[in-house]
Ligand binder design. Structure first.
Ligand SMILES: Cc1cc2nc3c(=O)[nH]c(=O)nc-3n(C[C@H](O)[C@H](O)[C@H](O)COP(=O)(O)OP(=O)(O)OC[C@H]3O[C@@H](n4cnc5c(N)ncnc54)[C@H](O)[C@@H]3O)c2cc1C
Length: 414
């Protein structure tokens, strides 16, 4: 059946990629969509949804071929995420979460650790969590206070992490900490101490993982706190080298930002589909709601902006796949624009459906609650505005001068 939103992005996919997207669409129609309301009612890990994603090769798209994955382009992963988000944020979050939680392992693990963990992560036999955020360090990661004391060739790690997605069900944690020699004076970690990413497993003595912390939305992918008290980490469990922690986190975050962007857009597309169906049925003041100009304009604005944002996300995904130097800032633009738009569209769609939309028995109530997190996680919209603005102004000095401008200084007398 014809779809409401453009299918033009399909032409950019290879035949095997299109087949996987078709599998995703069937999964959403037959299982994920019908299950979404139940998944969205309580914040426990969506194990059945996760199993479906594993069994149909969706989670494998984030993993290298030699470890059982299909090493998909981000160009495909954003399409898959969008598809799941049309119905279920938890399913979409599990897709993008495979990048957030496992990418540093893919990129930085020793061959022995990669062989030990990645096949099992790809098959969903074990799970990992990405532990960067701390009570004093969210947007401002320079404030990270977790310390990894060098202990022979290994480390002893102490610190607190919060808001860690899936921490309560994870078997392994990618923990970011500042390194220092054991003999050095204590005190808070400093921004000039090298950042390191370390793998910590659940049974490690000194590791404490809290219960799921209640939250507004994104039910099915709970968050929990993680604390480490003098946790011993063997040398083989370091990801990359000391000082490479930021680069490893950044790579995972850039991919996760594309994920947030496509998730926000998929949900917004779903919200428009739902609101349009309602507008065709609801009758008021002698005609259907959809026959009123105000409703038409609201939906027209939503649809046009969503299509523009899909093109922006597709371009950012291509930029990442090519390895462009500006891929991180492209991902920031895609995330900021798409997630702010996603919140706006879900708000408008709920408004269009009136009291019905406000009820828990109608999906827009869930979409509305879920939309907020995309504007906060993996860098809030404000942080991305700052990143984009700084990048623009840093480059402006060397960029081609606008031909309307006179030679020389602009601030001298005219
Ligand atoms: C459901 C959920 C899941 C999460 N999962 C994970 C995870 O798996 N792993 C992980 O490490 N972290 C995770 N996080 C943490 C998330 O990435 C942080 O919440 C986010 O980076 C913002 O940090 P903060 O909450 O400490 O907000 P703060 O840094 O305290 O910022 C608060 C607000 O200040 C505003 N702000 C920030 N900077 C500026 C500025 N320059 N100018 C103006 N305003 C500004 C923004 O609106 C921001 O939202 C998760 C969070 C949530 C809620």
């Amino acid at each position: 059946m014809a779809r409401l939103f453009s299918e033009r992005f399909l032409h950019a996919l290879e035949p095997d990629e299109r087949d996987l997207l078709e599998t995703a669409r069937r999964l959403v129609r037959e299982h994920i969509g019908p299950m979404a309301e139940a998944v969205g009612r309580q914040d426990v890990f969506a194990a059945e949804t996760f199993r479906l994603l594993v069994d149909h090769g969706i989670i494998a798209t984030a993993f290298p071929r030699r470890h059982g994955g299909s090493d998909a382009r981000q160009r495909l992963r954003v399409r898959l995420t969008e598809e799941f988000a049309r119905a279920c944020s938890a399913a979409a979050s599990l897709v993008t979460g495979a990048d957030l939680s496992c990418r540093a392992i893919v990129a930085g693990a020793t061959p022995a650790m990669a062989d030990a963990l990645l096949p099992a992560l790809c098959k969903g036999e074990i799970q990992a969590a990405f532990a960067l955020t701390e009570p004093g360090a969210g947007s401002d990661v320079r404030n990270l206070a977790t310390v990894a004391l060098r202990d022979g060739a290994g480390y002893r790690v102490s610190g607190s992490k919060k808001f860690i997605t899936r921490a309560n069900v994870a078997d392994w944690y990618v923990v970011f900490a500042r390194c220092r020699d054991a003999g050095q004076p204590g005190g808070p970690a400093r921004a000039d101490e090298p950042l390191v990413a370390l793998l910590v497993d659940r049974p490690s003595p000194g590791l404490w993982v809290g219960e799921a912390v209640p939250k507004l939305g994104w039910y099915g992918v709970p968050i929990a706190d993680v604390r480490l008290q003098d946790v011993a980490v063997e040398p083989g469990r370091r990801l990359g080298r000391e000082g490479e922690g930021f680069a490893l986190a950044q790579d995972a975050l850039v991919r996760a930002r594309l994920g947030h962007a496509s998730m926000a857009l998929g949900r917004a597309m779903g919200a428009v589909e739902i609101a349009a169906a309602y507008c065709g049925e609801r009758s008021l003041f002698g005609k259907t709601l959809g026959a009123h100009q105000g409703a038409q304009w609201m939906l027209a604005d939503a649809m046009t902006r969503i299509e523009a944002a899909r093109a922006l996300v597709d371009a950012a995904a291509q930029s990442y796949d090519r390895g462009d130097a500006d891929a991180p800032v492209q991902a920031s633009m895609a995330k900021m624009y798409a997630t702010d738009l996603g919140m706006q569209v879900c708000t408008d769609a709920l408004q269009l459906t009136g009291g019905r939309g406000y009820l828990q028995s109608f999906p827009l109530e869930r979409f509305f609650r879920d939309a907020k997190l995309n504007q906060i996680g993996e860098g809030s919209s404000e942080v991305h505005r700052t990143v984009i603005g700084r990048d623009l102004l840093r480059r402006a000095g060397d960029a081609e001068r606008n031909p309307c401008l006179p030679e020389g200084k602009l601030t001298t007398d005219y």
